[in-house]
Design a protein around this ligand. Structure first.
Ligand SMILES: [Ca+2]
Ligand SMILES: [Ca+2]
Length: 105
């Protein structure tokens, strides 16, 4: 889907903010709600806070551990722990949480 951004690849210092505008044709969404995913250095992905307590810590690691090795049909499968969305909870999912260990939202 073509999207026109008014800016990208910018830097922010702690406490700074920046409004970025994206323009697209709503018909291109085909009924799917729009979503934005932000990436970059030193950015905490809210998905890595698995229990929603606004910090990535040992509890989040334990949540991944309980689902480790599972696939969607397994009893211990927990979809939120499949952080790379590849259909299996493995070392990559651990690594994603570990990268943000100790960060707060
Ligand atoms: Ca957490
Ligand atoms: Ca995975």
């Amino acid at each position: 889907m073509p999207i026109l951004w008014n800016d990208n690849y910018f830097s922010l210092l702690p406490g700074e903010n920046k409004e970025v505008k994206a323009t697209f044709a709503a018909k291109d969404l085909n009924g799917v709600p729009p979503a934005v995913e932000v990436g970059g250095w030193n950015i905490l992905r809210i998905e890595d806070d698995l229990n929603g307590d606004r910090i990535v810590n040992i509890i989040d690691v334990c949540i991944v551990a309980r689902a480790f090795g599972s696939r969607p049909w397994d009893l211990n499968w927990k979809e939120i722990t499949d952080l790379d969305k590849n259909g299996v909870i493995d070392i990559i999912d651990f690594t994603i949480v570990a990268e943000d260990f100790g960060k707060k939202l």
